[in-house]
Design a protein around this ligand. Sequence first.
Ligand code: CU
Length: 222
Amino acid sequence: MKDIFKLNTGFMTIALLSVVMALNTQIFANGGGKILGKVKLAGATGKALTKPELLVSAKGGVQNVVLTIAGIEGDFKADPITIDQKNKAYVPRISVSMVGSELTFLNSDAILHNVHGYSGVETLYNFAMPKFLKKKATKLEESGLKKIRCDVHQEMIAYVVVTDNPHYSITNEAGLFQIDGIPAGTYKIKAWHEKLGSLEQEVTITNGEKSAVIFEFSPEGK
Ligand SMILES: [Cu+2]
C-alpha cells in the first residue's frame, strides 16, 4: 500500500512538471520575452486619488496609463475595440489599439449623445447618437493620440492611443501592466497619461525572460 502511494506521488510530480513545462513552452512559443511593469506617482501620500482623469492607489500606483513599444514590425491583426456611453461617461475612458482597428461606439443611455473625435484640433468624425441609435462603428485610420468628446455633455471625454503593433498595455488599479511575446531586442517603451504626460525609457528584451520596467511620474506632470 505504501509503495503504491509512493509510486502515485512520483507519477503526480512528473505529471505536474510536464504541465509546468508545457505552460512555459506555450508562453514563449513565439520566442520573445515579456515585460512586467509598474507605473507610480512620486510622493505618494498614502491616500488614493479617485478622479476619473487621475486614478492613483494609496500606494501610488497610477491606473489608465497606456504603454506602447516603438519599432516592432510584423504582419499583425488589429483587434476591434468598443467604447460605451453610459451614465454620461465614456467606458472605458482610456483605450489603446492598433491602426486599422474598428472602434464601435455604443449608447447604453436613453439620451442623445454626439460623438466628436479629434486628432489634435482636427476633427476625425462628428455624429449624433440619439437614444435609439445603440451602435455605430468607426475605424482607427492612423496612429497617434485621439481624443473623443461629447458635444452635448462637455464632461464626457475619452482618449484612444493608436499604435502600430499589438505589444501594448494599460495599467490596472494598482498601476501594474504586462506585455507578452515581445521579440528579442532593444526598444523604447513609452508611458502616456492624460494628465501626467509622457515618459519613455529603453528596455532590452531577451528570449524567454522577464524584464522589469518601472515608470515614475512627478505630480506636476511634464
Ligand atoms: Cu453625451
